[in-house]
Each structure stands twice: as structure tokens, then as C-alpha cells.
Ligand binder design. Sequence first.
Ligand code: A3P
Length: 316
Amino acid sequence: MADIKPKPRYTPGVVKEEDIIRIKDNKGNVKEMMEVEGMVVPCGMIRSGHIPDIRENVKKIRDMKCRDDDMFLCSFMRSGTHWVWEITNMLTTGKLEYLTRPKESAMMEIHYPEEFDEMPSRRILNTHFPLRLLPTDVKEKKLKVILLQRNPKDVTVSSYHFLQKSKQMLFKGSFEDFFMMFIKSGVMVSWFDYTLEAEKAVKDKELDIHLVYYEELKKNPVPTIKRLSDFLGTNCDDAYITEVAKMCSFKGMKKANEDVKDTEKYNFEKDIMKSHYRKGEIGDWKNMMTVAQNEQFDELFADKMKDSSFKFDFSK
Ligand code: A3P
């Protein structure tokens, strides 16, 4: 499959001077950002024309008419979304086949909702937007929401590696710079804010949410997928689920990404798609974070998450 440079598909957005927030890193590089619905978004994302204008799209997503069997996979970036999306597709289609369509083709923030009209049911839409930005139909129709969580140290390291490759959200600094930025403000939204908001949604029971932990899926794939299947009502038996777990192992998915996914048809760059499958391990943060960074993270985590009952697993 030839590599392609994705073509801009949307009208590039214009950011007014008064809306620009200029952030300088310690090397003097200036990043232009703007605030949209409580998220801090790189202006480049709005100006590029590669994704819809996020200011317009948050409104369109909120008003989107959902189907009664739509499902929503919600996660902070780099939490294993590709993995759970592929598993969920295998559970709902009842077919042990990788989809040719990449996860990005069902990602809400990079398409306008009407682009999903042709997608066959059951649609599994995914997003890194905070849960408050889901369509209002999700609450009204009590649609199924899968909330995927991963320990934030691995999310930090995985995000750093990914953003060095991502053209629209490029991060040029060192890991040290990234670490400071990540613990302060995250990417578009702070991991802590995202997670605490999601936990509140779980506790309030206003949405029909099933929580999946990356680490649990990695350590005990079959029972974790079984619980997901039960939540979705897909009634898959243990033999089928064992096959799903095998096919969706890191190795299996990395290979499928190269051999099966039709990046050209869906207008995605192969190099970026490749970088979604890096290591797929628990505890890789230990290879990047210094002792001091780790202590700083632990202190912040203990403070921010003091009232949280979410349990994160940081080790293999
Ligand atoms: P690493 O960078 O730590 O390797 P997302 O899909 O939300 O963007 O998350 C990407 C992360 O999930 C990457 O983490 C990637 O390697 C990991 N991942 C993808 N498929 C996986 C699988 N089948 N098993 C374990 N981890 C997987």
C-alpha cells in the first residue's frame, strides 16, 4: 500500500487574533493555542483543514441524532482506544475479522457527524473529547458508553512519543518539557480533569457507562472482554472471546494495521497510523521518567485523585 499525504478536506478555519493564547516553551518556541469549550486546542488544528473546525463541530456533535444501538468509546488519548475499538467491532459483528476501516474513520472530533450517516449499524464511535461533549442523545437514549482508562504515567510517555510524530499537534521539545506541560495542562484537556469528570459521570449514573482498564485488559484479556461483551449484550461465548483476545493482541493488531487497514481509502497517513502501535506495555514510563519526575507525578496524583475510587495499575 503506497504511503499517502492526507489531503485537507475541510475549509480551513480562521482564528481571530484576540482568541490566540501564545505559549512559550523554555527554548523560546511559541505555540499558538485557543480555548474551545474548556479545551486548549492548537490553532494549527483549526487552520489546517485536515479536520473540521472544532468550534463548529462541538456544537454539531452535541446535536447529532444518534441511532438507538450506537456505542461510544471514550478515552483520553493513548489509552488503548484502537485496541478496544477493534475488540468491540469483533464482538458486535460476530466476525473474527479486522475491519479495513481504521478507528480514525469513526472518530468524532475529526469528522462532522453527517459523515457517519453511511456507516452500518452498530456504529462504534470514538472520541477523546471530555464526556460532557458527547451528543445529548447519549444521555437521553441511554446509549452504551465504554470508558477506557490507562495509568497516566504510561499515557504521558505514550503521548510524548506520538505527538513527536503527529503533524497537526507536533511537539518538538524534550521529554522534560513535555512532562511539565502534560502534568500542568495535558493535551487539549488535563488527564486529571478528564478522568475526574468521567468518574463523576460514572457515579452520577446519568450515562450508561462501562469502565475498562487498559492494564486489566492486558493482564486478563478474556474475562475483561467477556464483561465488555455482557455490557454490550453481544452474548459471545468464551471460545469466541478467546479468539478475539488472540487476534487483538498487540502483535496481531500491529500486523493488521500494516496488512489490513486501508489508510489510502480513508485518507490517513500510513506513518502516523504505524505510530499508534509502539510498545503496548504496562510500565514503560519507568524507561522515561526520572526518579524526581516520578515523585512529582506521585505527589500530584495523590493530591488530584484523593477522592477518586478509580484504581490504576502502574506495573507489569
Ligand atoms: P504505547 O505508546 O505505550 O505503546 P490509542 O489507541 O488510544 O491511541 O493508544 C495507543 C497505545 O495503545 C499505544 O501505547 C499502543 O501501543 C497501545 N496499544 C495498541 N494496541 C494494543 C494492543 N493490542 N495491546 C496493548 N497495547 C496496545
